[in-house]
Design a protein around this ligand. Structure first.
Ligand code: DGL
Length: 271
């Protein structure tokens, strides 16, 4: 089916999920919406996060997308399961793919999850893991300072010290698998890997979500016709934001590794 895939996030962080989608499904057309005017979602209440998520989805539906990816861990954990049933098209969030990958990886049955305050307060990762694996121990920790540090690309000693301080408790409880439960954390993967050591496997929820998306598009015959006719042909990527695009464009080049030439500003309040 030749409609685009819709991806949304509270801002620029979702590009770490989008880049995995671009890698696995290069022939697909993609519409990305980043709610930069109302970011961050992490410190907000459940009611507000649900309201914003409904508006983000409404904008993507208007773009006639065939499938929606909720790249934001906060929106996925707080809002998605509650509202996804209200729509006719299928959606995937980042929680289930990340949780399933962690369960598949752990050998000791001790999994850590780091994310924003709202993601950790929702307990979504632990809930999903415990549905099928009640014996697995899940240790959750909010690391809110990682978001601005990743966005600024601040990979300096101070970031390393903050990571050491935050992650000490994860060392203490002897996890063997750590879910990076926030869009921004893959940008700090090297620092986090260094602090946790090589006995701990890091799970990038974005990577796992792209795999699930690929599988679902295949299973439901929703792949773009280019996939069979001309798989090397790149799909069109469109980017929309809810405030001035300058900062988004600048951070995006770091998150994606290439420059976006056009970003369109929309009024999300009207959705
Ligand atoms: N995108 C958010 C997430 O993955 C991080 C930034 C925010 O708090 O909005 O949880």
């Amino acid at each position: 089916m030749d409609a685009p895939i819709g991806i949304f996030d509270s801002g620029v962080g979702g590009l770490t999920v989008a880049r995995e989608v671009f890698k696995l499904l290069p022939h697909e057309d993609v519409v990305y919406f980043g709610d930069v005017g109302r970011t961050p979602y992490g410190p907000r209440s459940k009611e507000i996060i649900i309201q914003f998520t409904v508006q983000d989805i409404a904008f993507l539906m208007e773009q006639k997308v065939k499938y929606i990816v909720c790249a934001c861990n906060t929106a996925s954990s707080v809002a998605l399961d509650q509202i996804a049933g209200n729509y006719t098209i299928e959606m995937v969030g980042v929680i289930h793919p990340g949780a399933d990958a962690a369960v598949a990886k752990t050998k000791t049955g001790r999994i850590g999850v780091i994310g924003t305050n709202a993601t950790i307060a929702s307990n979504a990762y632990a809930r999903v893991i415990h549905e099928k694996h009640p014996d697995i121990k899940v240790f959750s920790l909010a690391c809110p300072l990682f978001v601005p540090l990743a966005e600024e690309g601040y990979l300096k000693k101070a970031t390393y010290l903050i990571a050491q301080d935050y992650l000490q408790t994860m060392h203490d409880v002897e996890i063997d698998t750590l879910i990076l439960g926030c869009t921004h954390y893959p940008m700090l993967k090297d620092v986090i890997a260094d602090v946790m050591g090589d006995k701990v496997t890091l799970i990038d929820s974005g990577e796992e979500t792209a795999r699930v998306l690929y599988r679902r598009l295949t299973e439901t015959s929703l792949l773009h016709s280019r996939a069979s006719q001309n798989p090397r042909m790149e799909g069109e990527k469109k980017f929309y934001v809810s405030d001035v695009p300058d900062k988004f464009t600048q951070v995006a080049s770091r998150f994606l590794g290439w420059n976006i030439d056009k970003v369109t500003r929309i009024d999300i309040a009207q959705y």
